[in-house]
Each structure stands twice: as C-alpha cells, then as structure tokens.
Design a protein around this ligand. Structure first.
Ligand SMILES: [Mn+2]
Length: 312
C-alpha cells in the first residue's frame, strides 16, 4: 500500500436504514453512522456504497443471463397466450391471473417475478393494481402486466386485450397510438442513445396524436435479477436488456375527450436486448398487433361454437 494513499471500502448497505447496536445500546444508522465510524477508525479510508459500481456491472448482461431472461420471457409468453384464450366477459380477473400463472409455471417458471397485474375496465388505469377481483364485462379492455422468473431472472411483458375479443373503435384508435409510440422507441433504442431519447420518442408520438396529457410513467427500465433492475439510466449500451412500455390512461372524469374514450388505459410492454446495431425484441411470441390478438381470442370462440372438445 502506498503511504498516504486513500483507500476505498465498498460496503453493501442492507435494505433497513438502521440497526440496534446492542453492545453500546444505541440505534446506529448504517449508511451515515457506520461510514463515519469506519472512516474515523481507519485514517485514509473512505467508505462508499457499491450501488453505483454494481449498477454498472449489472446493467450489461452476460450470454448466460440473456439466456435465463429469454426463458423467463418465453414462459411469460405461454402464460399470456393461454390467458388470451381464457379471457371472456363474465369471468373474473383472478381467473385470467390463474391462467397466466399456470401457463408460466407449466413452461419452466419458478413463480411470477412480481404480483401479476390483471386490470380490466377502470382497473386498467391503476398502474400497480394487484387485487384482480373484478368481474370482467363486455366492452372492457384488460391490461395484463406479468412476468415469470427463471433461474432468478425476471421477464416483464404487458398486453392489453379486449375482454369480448373485439376492440371498440375508440380502443383501436388509442391502441394504435401506443403501438406507434412503442415502434418509435424500438427505433431509438441503440448503443449510444441517451435514455431521454427513448422517453422523447414515445412522448413525441403520443403528444402528436393528442394524448400527451394521458402519459403517466417512464417508458423503459432495466430488466434482470430484479424486474426493475439496477443500473444507471443514462446511456443505452449493447448488452442491456430493457423494457419498452408506453401507455395511455384516460380518467373516467376527463370530459375533454368523447365518452367512449373515458375510464380505461392501454399499455404495451416488450423486453428488448440492445445489440451492436439496435435492439432485438425478445417477447414477440405474444401478438401485439390488434388483428392478431383478436384472431387468437376468437379462434377459441370458433372451437367452442363448433362444439369444442366434446367432438373428436
Ligand atoms: Mn415494466
């Protein structure tokens, strides 16, 4: 060690802000007091949180990590496909939740990476709705924001579907704007782009189409060990896995739009791997085009109309 050099000790602080130091019978604030006492006891020592360093390390995924995330996404896709077939007016949100989670676990997931958000009608406006207790009605949209966990890695995919199997004209209009915003973010997501460029790409489309005041959350976050994984959100780099999730949410009481637009929201969320050239969408196994969603939902109805499984 060079004499006089400043050494740095990185200490990982646990989630709790303080512990009781029972030897001295006093509360000790880990971040602040612990740092001071260490630095006092060891001259030339600086104590820092490793959060920044760990974030930098974790934001770039290894090939093994990408494989685990892909498996989590594939399991999530199976859950969403099953849910689309099971959804219909008169059923409850928890029945769709059960279908999603059954599809996930049956396809390699350990469990959901976070509480499944299955919000129909007015619940589609609640960003972290987890009750999943409402009976779904004809004309509702259903937001399904779900993710499987595989080998400790999370997926995070959202699809918004019409409960009846057919979008209303107003739902179609809003859905098309959200989809267009998502495409704009896909195009902007490449190495060297500023994180704000992703946000701006989505915001521009949504604002230009007249829905700017109904945009309520960030468009992207890191995905990995945690569903909202750690990492700086400054510059997009190759090897990152991030979400792309624009949404439009129109409150029931908003009289600036026609009645058919009020009281529901639409979010579309996909997971992308940043590559040398741009980005690769990892969650395309679940349809996101309206026609494909309607076809999938109605193919189930067609089977039922012909007598379903009772006929060989
Ligand atoms: Mn997300």
């Amino acid at each position: 060690m060079v004499a006089g050099a400043v050494r740095t000790l990185y200490v990982s602080a646990p989630d709790v802000g303080f512990v009781h130091d029972w030897l001295n019978d006093k509360a000790m604030f880990l971040d602040r007091d612990g740092r001071r006492e260490f630095e006092k006891a060891h001259s030339g020592l600086r104590v820092k949180s490793p959060g920044g360093l760990m974030g930098r390390l974790r934001e770039i995924k290894s090939a093994h990590e990408v494989t685990a995330i892909r498996r989590a996404i594939d399991a999530t896709a199976e859950g969403l496909l099953l849910a689309m077939r099971e959804c219909r007016p008169g059923r409850f949100e928890y029945e769709v939740q059960a279908a999603v989670e059954y599809g996930m676990v049956r396809n390699g997931a350990s469990y959901p990476a976070f509480p499944s958000i299955i919000g129909s009608g007015p619940n589609s406006l609640i960003l972290h709705y987890e009750q999943n207790r409402r009976r779904m009605e004809q004309g509702d949209v259903l937001v399904m924001d779900v993710g499987a966990e595989v080998e400790g890695y999370a997926a995070d995919v959202t699809r918004t579907i019409p409960v009846s199997g057919k979008f209303t004209p107003e739902q179609k209009k809003v859905y098309a704007v959200v989809l267009e915003a998502q495409q704009a973010v896909f195009a902007a997501a490449k190495p060297g782009a500023a994180w704000s460029e992703l946000e701006n790409a989505a915001r521009k489309v949504i604002t230009d189409r007249g829905f700017g005041r109904f945009w309520r959350h960030g468009v992207s976050h890191h995905l990995g060990i945690d569903v909202h994984d750690v990492g700086m959100m400054d510059t997009v780099r190759a090897g990152m896995v991030i979400t792309v999730e624009p949404g439009i949410y129109i409150p029931a009481a908003d009289t600036t739009v026609a009645a058919g637009y009020r009281g529901w929201g639409i979010r579309i969320e996909d997971d992308v791997l940043i590559t040398a050239e741009g980005c690769k969408v990892l969650s395309s196994a679940v349809p996101r085009e309206m026609g494909a969603i309607e076809r999938l939902m109605n193919s189930r109805n067609g089977v039922a109309a012909k007598g379903g499984r009772s006929k060989p």
